[in-house]
Ligand binder design. Structure first.
Ligand code: SF4
Length: 282
């Protein structure tokens, strides 16, 4: 059985940075909390809890707490609320997410109607739209853009950082016909594109593929969907415990990829498990 691990599997730059910031902050002080889960990976959030880092909602934050802002950011108003109280703020927002927020603010103040291509309920998108003050709409795909965007003199478009580039281009094609002036700011992060391309390559040569990552992780779910279009059997798992050995009978090539929020130890555990299955000849 060949085990093929896709390039770029696991933590991206922004997640690695955020986790490092949280760990360093937890060593330095007490009452350290993240505002919502620091990343969309339940196993890592549990590990951080064991190190004393809790998860709080904005309304539960108390004076003297240290609050770490997660990698995909929070709405502007949340930062303002925190600043008005006696808490220490540690900002672990990924610089690429900050760029998307800043671009939303710039487009709005330059008089553009803002279109955000992304998931309406995703915290990153909620953060980005909080910077729009000249009207905005969030669309999840080109069909939705067709249906709900009226004609505007000036439209500016940005994307949730983990979105699919091909769909972004389709949204842009729709917008070209809905305004006199279109300003496109591609805020999709390279980490996402690289992961998706590498996953596709492995999916092409695999009989079965495991996509490792939180079930609540948007970028992991997108990797799963992309691989599912190519590979005959694709499973989205959080840990090795979800692997059913009977799926591996007669399999020659096993592909592995993992979302940008999946810690290395979870990928290593899956690889080890697969090696053990192979050695046992199961
Ligand atoms: S996927 Fe990109 S934007 Fe999102 S945290 Fe990672 S590096 Fe930052």
């Amino acid at each position: 059985m060949n085990i093929i691990v896709a390039d770029y599997s696991g933590f991206c730059f922004g997640v690695e940075r955020a986790v490092k910031i949280v760990e360093e902050t937890s060593v330095e002080g007490k009452n350290v909390y993240t505002l919502g889960p620091i990343i969309h990976n339940p196993q890592l959030v549990k590990k951080l809890e064991e190190k004393g880092v809790g998860v709080k909602k904005l309304e539960d934050v108390k004076d003297a707490d240290t609050v770490v802002i997660r990698s995909h950011g929070v709405p502007k108003e949340h930062i303002e609320t925190l600043k008005s109280s006696n808490v220490k703020i540690v900002d672990a927002t990924c610089p690429f997410v900050t760029r998307a927020q800043n671009q939303a603010a710039i487009l709005s103040s330059d008089g553009y109607f803002l279109v955000v291509f992304g998931e309406k309920e995703h915290p990153e998108v909620k953060g980005i739209i909080s910077y729009a003050n000249n009207g905005f709409v969030v669309v999840e795909n080109a069909e939705e853009a067709e249906q709900c965007i009226d004609f505007h003199d000036k439209i500016g478009v940005v994307a949730q950082t983990t979105q699919n580039r091909a769909e972004f281009d389709r949204v842009v094609d729709v917008l070209k016909l809905r305004c006199n002036e279109l300003k496109i700011v591609n805020t999709i992060c390279n980490a996402t594109t690289h992961r998706q391309e590498a996953a596709k390559k492995v999916a092409l040569i695999s009989d079965i593929m495991y996509v490792i990552g939180g079930k609540n992780s948007g970028n992991t779910t997108r990797l799963y969907e992309i691989c599912k279009e190519i590979c005959p059997k694709v499973l989205h798992i959080e840990t090795k415990d979800e692997i059913d050995k009977s799926d591996l009978i007669g399999v020659e090539n096993v592909g592995i990829t993992a979302g940008a929020s999946t810690p290395k130890f979870l990928i290593d555990e899956v690889i080890e498990f697969l090696k053990e299955v192979e050695h046992a000849g199961e």
